[in-house]
Write a protein that binds this ligand. Structure first.
Ligand SMILES: *Cc1c(COP(=O)(O)O)cnc(C)c1O
Length: 378
């Protein structure tokens, strides 16, 4: 088989990702990657083998890193969770006296790790809302951390503009790309130095494993991150890596269905009298329309739906036949939760809806019935 010319359109990387292993098979090898469970490897004489001891490298990691590397068009290191991936970058790139900018409306554990652990070793942690990144003075920051769209309010910031300002000030730009995956947004192509992600969400997508990864084209960054993983010992299990590889193979089709349905539901929900607001990057009247069109390839599978109060929001989730009440997002099942229950800065009636893979019209028929029932109960 000959390889198609390498370029980074998402169709091309999605197809090449499926073939990353197929293209190097020799007769008799399995098309799916073998699941190798081993702590130690045959290692006679001078230790030069690819695999020596399980904390350092494992064949199942290599398969997943190879597939993800095609999607990211970068070197990739996998981690046992999104937080392990994020922590590996923060702890290897920040030192006493450095300043770091963290989003105050992003994933809250990132903020907590920065404040509680980096703060304790003398790193200065500053916060800004995702909207404030557009005007914030970035001079003096060793590391700028961006999460766009933010979660759960789905505000957007311009990655290339922030990259230019971060680099002009001598800093490193790290983007958490969890919500969109490499098929929905490609931060490295917009100037980010590092992408971090929780693959627990849409990337694995089956609600059955936690995982994360770090991607960068800078060998020095990847060397630090890999050394951290090897020494600190927070490593992925081989079965978990194998599961994520399996989930990843259908990311393109799953995410396409999820984003298409999310767009349809967002549009229709915004015309409903019981819904007071809908946040979705795909809506024409989103405040960040121009940046979204330039930067995002898909509008995502998350929709913020606001009802008048907590009771209406809970009833919406409860009465649906298809919405599973859970935290987290990005799985094959549609799920939702009222984010104020965690203390997010959103109205009491704000529901974060994670649209799954159910057929679009079947899902809408259910939500539409639920809204009719809520109206009748008023
Ligand atoms: C879930 C999430 C994380 C953390 O990932 P885990 O796999 O749960 O450790 C980080 N960032 C974002 C945006 C997330 O949604």
């Amino acid at each position: 088989m000959t390889s198609p010319a390498s370029h980074s359109s998402t169709d091309s990387v999605a197809a090449q990702m499926l073939h990353h292993r197929a293209d190097r098979l020799t007769p008799g090898q399995s098309l799916s990657p073998p699941l190798v469970s081993a702590s130690t490897y045959h290692l006679p004489g001078v230790p030069e083998a690819d695999y020596q001891y399980g904390r350092w490298a494992q064949p199942s990691w290599t398969e997943l890193e190879s597939a993800l590397g095609v999607l990211e068009q970068a070197d990739v290191a996998i981690f046992p969770s999104g937080m392990a991936a994020i922590s590996s970058v923060l702890f290897t790139h920040l030192d006493r006296g450095d300043r770091v900018l963290i989003p105050e409306d992003g994933y809250y554990n990132t903020r907590t790790v920065a404040e509680d652990y980096l703060g304790a070793i003398g790193v200065e942690v500053e916060l800004a809302s995702t909207r404030e990144y557009a005007t914030r003075d970035l001079s003096g920051f060793a590391l700028v951390f961006v999460e766009t769209p933010s979660n759960p309010t789905l505000d957007v910031c311009d990655i290339s503009a922030v990259a230019a300002r971060t680099h002009a000030a001598g800093g490193l730009l790290v983007v958490d790309n969890t919500t969109l995956t490499p098929l929905g947004q490609r931060p490295l192509e917009h100037g980010a130095d590092v992408v971090v992600a929780s693959d627990t969400k849409a990337l694995n997508g089956h609600s059955d494993v936690l995982a994360g990864h770090v991607a960068s084209t800078d060998p020095a960054i990847m060397e630090r991150v890999r050394t951290w993983r090897k020494l600190v010992g927070g490593i992925p299990g081989s079965f978990e890596a194998w599961l994520v590889h399996r989930g990843l193979e259908t990311l393109d089709v799953r995410f396409e269905r999820m984003c298409t349905s999310a767009g349809v539901l967002a549009e229709r929900l915004s015309n409903e009298d019981l819904v007071t607001a809908v946040a979705y990057p795909g809506l024409d009247d989103h405040a960040d329309r121009e940046v979204i069109d330039r930067q995002m390839l898909r509008a995502g599978s998350l929709v913020g739906v606001t009802f008048a109060d907590a009771a209406a929001a809970e009833a919406f989730i409860e009465k649906s036949a298809y919405i599973v009440p859970t935290t987290s997002f990005g799985g094959t099942h549609t799920t939702a939760e009222r984010r104020a229950r965690w203390g997010d800065a959103v109205p009491e009636g704000f529901v974060r809806l994670s649209v799954g893979c159910e057929p679009t019209e079947e899902l809408w028929a259910d939500l539409s019935r639920v809204l009719d029932e809520l109206r009748a109960d008023r």
